[in-house]
Design a protein around this ligand. Structure first.
Ligand code: NAP
Length: 296
């Protein structure tokens, strides 16, 4: 048990400062997957993640490539589907439907955002709940919110995993989440609530954000604006989990000023991002194991 854990659990902040190292957490998760993947392979199953990229957005292409490469490095299969920009919603739905029926595919990831003319929500909803390893369906979100979701959205899952790894227990703490998007702010609020935190979810209509943040023991930055959360809004000893990823490798929290106040903080890059990909791999392995159990 780390000193940090003891100090934080007792609610006493004694000046320990912890950089929450996402690469370390990510390596830990990936190492734990290796024997599970080997065991599946012995039974003739190679966990397979299908990624769908629509269009040529360079950032999305990079994210999808990183996810596919991470799969392959662990000995998983990466099925990479790249559709042209002009793909229609109906055409995309057909691709998803085929993947739903493909027994060799265990997880489906539709890279967000898709081109504006596509009904993204309809496409997300078409993903089979058993293959929704990125937690994008409303069914998956509902299960997560009720506390029995099998595959919560990956960035929220990564935030919870980082806290677990470093022994930061949200129970009884006031967690303030800035952002309420379906893939990030809302599900991480639900996961924190399920972990017995008292949760305040803020958004663009929230009044007096600095006042609310000053009451936070844990802050999740999920606002999509570079350096938005300022250290002077935070109380001494706060834990800052920055999910933000803006051009130039900049988070949604102003790292320098938040670092001054925080007892623990995720850097950007090297914080939440790498763990997000590892949670996607973990969910895909979970799905492959579930499939095997059902077959036996
Ligand atoms: P999003 O869909 O744009 O949502 C942003 C949220 O912030 C919205 O709920 C919005 O409120 C809220 N907001 C905007 N301005 C605000 C303000 N002035 N005060 C309080 N709240 C405000 O963004 P997202 O997809 O959730 O992404 C958020 C960040 O996480 C981005 O930096 C993104 O790059 C990053 N991200 C990282 C990962 C990863 O793997 N690390 C994955 C996904 C996203 P309304 O709902 O009222 O509009």
């Amino acid at each position: 048990m780390s000193l940090f854990y003891i100090f934080y659990q007792e609610g006493i902040f004694l000046g320990e400062k912890l950089i929450l190292d996402g690469k370390k957490v990510s390596n830990h998760v990936r190492e734990s997957l290796k024997p599970r993947i080997a065991a599946l392979k012995e039974k003739g199953i190679q966990p397979c993640l299908a990624t769908i990229l629509v269009g040529d957005d360079p950032a999305s292409a990079t994210y999808v490539r990183m996810k596919g490469n991470a799969c392959e490095r662990l000995g998983m299969e990466s099925r990479r589907i790249h559709l042209p920009e002009e793909t229609t919603t109906e055409e995309l739905l057909k691709v998803i439907e085929d993947l739903n029926h493909d027994d060799a595919v265990h997880g489906i990831l539709l890279q967000h955002p898709v081109p504006g003319h596509i009904d993204e929500r309809k496409a997300f909803e078409a993903i089979d709940i058993e293959k929704d390893v990125d937690g994008v369906t409303s069914w998956g979100y509902g299960q997560t919110a009720l506390g029995f979701g099998q595959y919560p959205a990956c960035t929220p899952a990564a935030i919870m995993k980082i806290m677990e790894f470093y022994g930061i227990n949200p129970e009884g703490k006031h967690a303030v989440v800035v952002g309420r998007s379906p893939i990030l702010g809302r599900p991480v609020s639900a996961l924190l609530l399920n972990a017995n935190a008292t949760v305040t979810t803020c958004h663009s209509y929230t009044r007096n954000l600095p006042e609310i943040l000053r009451m936070a023991d844990i802050v999740v930055a999920a606002v999509g604006k570079p350096r938005f959360i300022k250290g002077e809004w935070l109380k001494e000893g706060v834990v800052v989990l920055d999910a933000g990823y803006n051009p130039g490798n900049i988070g949604d929290a102003d790292y320098e000023s938040c670092y001054e106040k925080a007892s623990a903080i995720t850097p950007v890059p090297g914080g939440v991002g790498p763990v997000t990909i590892s949670m996607l791999l973990k969910h895909t392995v979970d799905a492959a194991e579930k499939k095997l159990r059902e077959r036996q």
